[in-house]
Design a binder for this molecule. Structure first.
Ligand SMILES: [Zn+2]
Length: 415
């Protein structure tokens, strides 16, 4: 196992209790590397839970090899499994999980799967203590902090959900995000062995999520020096290793993407995401475009848009010079000497992954469809974008400049 020598983190890597690859920062312990799952044994030895609640993506649990690596550690424990949920968490599924969780009264929650499983576990833990989960989701009631411990074990490298304190949930097609310190897993186990069997389409989509989260995090109004360090490393790792991890995966590229994903998660946990993420949610909920691909479709246009920030439309109180410094950092990571070149570099990454390179290529071809997407964006969510973005400015930016193509069928990844 390689050490978790987190580049971009100026705190020294800590080796605790003889356990290599352990990172204790921001109240989370993370194990990253190709034996990370093996740490479950000493962890359970310390935690000694009487009852475990496992939120499992049934398919991913079997296909990723997680079952072979993890199941043995559960033997002898009273374990309740929740597997009855669809990709992209929906309130109805969360309610089913809450019911089981209340019956189980667990001391430990373990989530294994992609972003959906981890977010689902976060939502169940956060909402089980309230009589009206929907009121909490809508911000009308506070979260009742759960006392159960929480371990997240991702089987995809991309969402970074194992590192964040937020969870996405859809209520009647409308997207909400729960954001509370108690949602963050106490322990993250990021083992690249669990990604060995990921199909190329899922590797690409989830890896793009990590890449976009990192780039957005750098220009975000909420970015700090610390988050930028994480994001910078994450973006560089994803740019360098995602094509290999997608097209001809090996252990180096898989581990690099695990690291990129985890660091991008740490970055957005501080900075939050920006316009490309805001635009992505209707693309996913209305058009079925996998989350990471949906985000990537507007990343290049948003780079051009944000690079043209002026004193009149700068949202970041640190000013246009600050935003321009962040844009230059992004261009450096992309190996570009101009914004135009930077945009082309992003598009060539998407092409290398056999992904659509624009909204039009992804099937959002008509002005009506684009209007439909933009109207569904909560413009308040755009307040973390460094340049003021309105429905009108986004429509102008994203309107097709080229001839629309036929909609391509997208893989439906469990993100
Ligand atoms: Zn994302």
């Amino acid at each position: 196992m390689t050490n978790l020598d987190l580049v971009g983190d100026d705190r020294p890597f800590r080796t605790c209790g003889g356990i290599d690859g352990r990172d204790d920062v921001n109240d989370q312990t993370a194990y990253l590397g190709d034996t990370a799952c093996d740490h479950l044994a000493p962890i359970l030895e310390v935690e000694r839970p009487l009852r475990i609640f496992a939120v499992l993506d049934r398919q991913a649990y079997a296909n990723s090899g997680a079952k072979d690596l993890i199941e043995k550690y559960f033997s002898g424990n009273c374990i309740t499994r929740f597997t009855d949920f669809e990709p992209n968490p929906k309130l109805d599924d969360v309610r089913k999980g809450i019911e089981l969780y209340r019956q189980a009264e667990p001391e430990l929650v373990v989530a294994v799967g992609g972003g959906t499983s981890i977010d689902m576990a976060k939502l169940i833990r956060a909402l089980a203590g309230t009589v009206d989960p929907e009121a909490v989701i809508r911000g009308k009631s506070p979260i009742v902090t759960s006392r159960s411990r929480f371990i997240a074990i991702p089987t995809t490298a991309g969402t970074g959900s194992e590192a964040t304190q937020f969870a996405v949930v859809y209520v009647d097609g409308e997207k909400f995000s729960l954001d509370h310190a108690s949602l963050r897993p106490a322990i993250a186990i990021v083992d690249p062995r669990l990604m060995n069997t990921l199909p190329a389409a899922v590797t690409a989509a989830t890896g793009l999520d990590a890449f976009c989260q990192a780039i957005e995090s750098i220009w975000a109004v909420g970015a700090t020096d610390e988050s930028v360090r994480y994001a910078q490393t994450a973006a560089a790792l994803a740019l360098a290793h995602l094509p290999q991890a997608t097209n001809s995966p090996d252990s180096v590229s898989r581990e690099a993407m695990c690291r990129a994903s985890y660091l991008a998660g740490k970055a957005i946990n501080i900075s939050r995401t920006t316009a490309s993420h805001a635009l992505s949610y209707p693309l996913t909920s209305r058009y079925g475009i996998p989350h990471g691909i949906a985000v990537s479709l507007t990343l290049a246009p948003m780079l051009a848009y944000n690079a043209a920030v002026t004193d009149e439309d700068c949202v970041d109180v640190r000013g246009t010079d600050h935003v321009q410094t962040r844009i230059r950092l992004i261009l450096d990571i992309l190996g570009a000497t101009s914004v135009h070149e930077g945009c082309l570099r992003i598009k060539s990454l998407l092409a290398d992954l056999s992904c659509p390179t624009s909204l039009q290529e992804a099937g959002i071809a008509s002005p009506d469809e684009l209007r439909d997407v933009i109207d569904a964006v909560n413009t308040q969510r755009l307040s973390n974008n460094p340049r003021k973005a309105t429905s009108a400015s986004l429509f102008e930016l994203l309107s097709p400049a080229s001839t629309p193509r036929r909609r391509q069928k997208q893989p439906t990844a469990a993100l």
